[in-house]
Ligand binder design. Structure first.
Ligand SMILES: Nc1ncnc2c1ncn2[C@@H]1O[C@H](COP(=O)(O)OP(=O)(O)OP(=O)(O)O)[C@@H](O)[C@H]1O
Ligand SMILES: [Mg+2]
Length: 189
């Protein structure tokens, strides 16, 4: 497991028990290019370039605007940043998961390990129809996070999944913050 930083620093040791040295190097190569992309480059263009740079054998299980997500086929998924916001999101998820209380942790998808621009998380079942049925639970979750001093920015149905015991769990909490001085808020997302 990589050391935990304060969520704003980008320097982490890039060691993994699941990714090979070559895979880490491919991620480093991709991450080093992120800054070259103009802010108006589309997500689709970034995905194509990321895929071609990473050349992973893993299946893509999903993506958002900021991260591409691979299924590691061992019960875990790998999120690789597609943008600066994705870099912050990965660091923020690792920080939040490792620094919140146990009461909060049970609503967050567990982070296994992370490095610069990447993060490995438990794979959970994403089932939007079921999530729609449980819309009141989503609202309840907003209040739960707020009651623990966490602002759940971007908490929506596409960003939740279900645990083995069918509890709603957040899989994308990259923009959540415990800190009102967070870059997430400064950037105005
Ligand atoms: N832990 C997980 N288990 C299973 N699938 C996941 C997991 N995390 C992410 N995914 C899949 O990958 C997609 C994108 O992940 P995520 O929402 O974290 O990316 P993002 O780029 O931060 O999204 P956004 O556009 O909201 O910023 C999810 O909608 C989901 O389909
Ligand atoms: Mg998302």
């Amino acid at each position: 497991m990589c050391p935990i930083n304060n969520g704003n620093e980008r320097i982490q040791s890039n060691k993994s028990s699941m990714l090979s040295r070559e895979e880490i190097q491919a991620i480093e190569s991709w991450i080093s290019q992120i800054g070259d992309y103009h802010i108006f480059t589309t997500t689709q263009q970034r995905i194509v370039t990321a895929k071609n740079t990473l050349k992973f054998k893993y299946k893509i299980i999903g993506h958002g605007f900021n991260r591409i997500v691979y299924d590691l086929n061992n019960g875990y998924i790998l999120k690789v940043a597609l943008s600066e916001v994705g870099l912050i999101g990965n660091a923020n998820e690792a920080y939040l998961y490792n620094n919140c209380t146990e009461e909060v942790q049970k609503y967050l998808c567990p982070v296994k390990e992370f490095g610069t621009g990447w993060l490995i998380m438990k794979k959970l079942a994403t089932n939007i129809p079921q999530a729609i049925m449980e819309y009141p639970k989503l609202i309840e979750l907003q209040f739960i996070f707020l009651s623990y001093g966490i602002i759940p920015i971007d908490l929506r149905l596409a960003n939740v999944a279900f645990s083995e015991d069918n509890e709603m769990v957040v899989i994308d909490y990259g923009l959540f913050t415990m800190d009102l001085k967070s870059p997430v808020l400064r950037w105005g997302f």
